[in-house]
Design a protein around this ligand. Structure first.
Ligand code: GLV
Length: 327
């Protein structure tokens, strides 16, 4: 019998057509919003596999309603929306799409860094508000990035890519804080692994590239921001809850740090009256790190291949919980 696959959003056709070519019976959720938890569980009950993404809540409640699922294939590199421990206990393999959005997300972090350093979003708003006055020799001054120190919190694929850009463009010194050493980055870029406190104290630009876990949740809070340089720029393109939003607003308002660039917020979507949106030294984007045609196509192909390989060979090429597949 044909396997039935529930596809939770409109994903790029590259991956969807791969699934179709394999003869799977696809149910596509065509609306522009994610399914509610009730809609998701009701539909998933009648399917053997699920393609989902970070806006789908794959929590204990969902998983215990759908323990029959053969595989869950996440269209994202992050999977904090999925209760991996419960999926593993139920024996459900969880695939994901690492590597596909590395360059796209590093570009967004790099772009935010420059945009914050030169107050670009705020300056754009002044034009729209009819406030483009005369050339002002002392107005709205930003800062240069050459020879600054970049601190990476969580130096994996995306952090490495950002560090390469910063080294090549600005000759930046690279510091990083990781649980394990990244010898490739040390050799290629002279990156230096430091304790968290040292990363806070020494970075001119501090960019977050770790996963959201209980250990990293709100690790960038008032205590952390107070240790940073008053001239520092904080960038988060990973997950919103890694910083404490109220503390960040306060740190910017009180000058504990100089600026912030966010592609992720908590909650998402951010409300239009959020104070960060009117701050001179803050730039916020609506979680578009992986939003290039190339990255999204690659993600859809990886998400499809995780399902196709699973049904054809019993192996999932990119799997979060490989232990469920061991004999
Ligand atoms: C996007 O946020 C992802 O995790 O891929």
């Amino acid at each position: 019998m044909k396997k039935k696959i529930l596809v939770s959003r409109k994903y790029p056709e590259a991956g969807i057509s791969l699934l179709r070519e394999q003869g799977f019976d696809l149910t596509l959720w065509e609306k522009d919003r994610p399914m509610t938890p009730i809609e998701l569980a009701d539909l998933a009950k009648d399917h053997q596999a699920l393609v989902c993404t970070l806006t789908d809540r794959i929590d204990r409640d969902f998983l215990e309603k759908c323990p029959h699922l053969d595989i869950i294939s996440q269209f994202a590199v992050g999977y904090d929306n999925i209760d991996i421990a419960v999926a593993t206990r139920l024996g459900i393999p969880v695939g994901y799409t690492p590597g596909a959005m590395t360059e796209a997300t590093a570009d967004i972090a790099f772009g935010l860094m420059i945009a914050v350093a030169r107050k670009m979003f705020f300056m754009h708003k002044t034009i729209m508000a009819g406030q483009w006055g005369y050339f002002n020799p002392t107005g709205h001054l930003g800062m240069e990035l050459t020879a600054k120190t970049l601190g990476i919190f969580g130096l994996g694929r995306i952090g490495f890519s950002l560090a390469k850009r910063c080294k090549a463009a600005y000759g930046m010194k690279i510091l990083y804080h990781n649980r394990t050493r990244n010898t490739a980055a040390e050799q290629a870029l002279g990156a230096v692994r430091v304790e968290f406190d040292k990363l806070l104290v020494q970075s001119d630009i501090l960019s977050v590239h770790c996963a959201l876990t209980p250990e990293t949740k709100q690790i960038f809070n008032e205590t952390a921001f107070r240790k940073m340089k008053p001239s520092a720029i904080f960038i988060n393109t990973a997950r919103g809850p890694i910083h404490h939003e109220g503390d960040l607003i306060q740190a910017l308002g009180q000058g504990h740090i100089w600026g912030a660039g966010l592609d992720v917020t908590d909650p998402e979507p951010m409300k239009p009256d959020n104070p960060l949106l009117s701050m001179e030294n803050a730039c916020v984007l609506p979680h578009v790190g992986s939003a290039t045609m190339e990255a999204r196509n690659r993600m859809s192909v990886l998400a499809a291949m995780n399902i196709i390989q699973f049904y054809n060979t019993g192996k999932v090429p990119h799997i979060v919980n490989p232990e469920v597949l061991k004999p």
